[in-house]
Unconditional design. Structure first.
Length: 189
């Protein structure tokens, strides 16, 4: 009899609600683009720090797409590669989230001193959604959506003699995007 009572008592209990390590998450979507010339010399790395610590996403060649379009039986090669990214960011009441596009210099790449290289790069945030997770269910606090590219890519025609200097400057000053949360609104700079 006591066993039956304990069994009924245990079975009638409601399951515990899910436990979230962080009570808010941010979903970040965007894209990046690089000229083929730039990718000869560097490997891009997307870097960010959230409530779980530091994260790096090395943008391997297999993650990028050649920007080649075909229209009316004509092939247009834009001499760039692009990457679309989605990040689940553990948000912990920060006011600003930083995404940084850093570069690793490739070793043993020869520079043709008589050539001019086109270096182009872009880091764009297209969508951000901030969600709070409570005991009952998650709910959306705010959404940011940007159609198209917000900024034009940085583009430089660089003579071969200046390549090392340009690449070193690029490595020391990464592209940065700030996602600013203020109350229930989100903006991106």
């Amino acid at each position: 009899m006591l066993f039956t009572f304990l069994l009924v008592l245990c079975c009638s209990c409601e399951p515990d609600p899910p436990v979230y390590e962080h009570n808010m998450t941010m979903s970040i979507s965007g894209n990046a683009r690089w000229s083929d010339d730039l990718l000869k010399f560097v490997t891009p790395v997307l870097y960010y720090t959230d409530a779980d610590g530091e994260h790096e996403i090395i943008v391997e060649e297999s993650m990028r797409n050649d920007d080649i379009w075909e229209m009316d039986d004509e092939v247009y090669d834009f001499n760039t590669e692009s990457w679309k990214y989605d990040i689940s960011y553990n948000y912990n009441n920060e006011e600003t989230v930083y995404l940084r596009l850093k570069y690793l210099i490739k070793q043993d790449v020869e520079v043709d001193e008589n050539s001019t290289y086109t270096f182009e790069h872009l880091l764009n945030v297209t969508n951000v959604m901030l969600t709070r997770h409570d005991k009952d269910k998650p709910y959306i606090i705010s959404i940011y959506s940007q159609m198209g590219n917000k900024d034009l890519p940085e583009e430089v025609d660089c003579p071969g003699s200046d390549v090392d200097e340009y690449i070193n400057a690029l490595v020391t000053a990464p592209l940065e995007r700030k996602i600013i949360v203020s109350g229930s609104s989100i903006s991106v700079e």
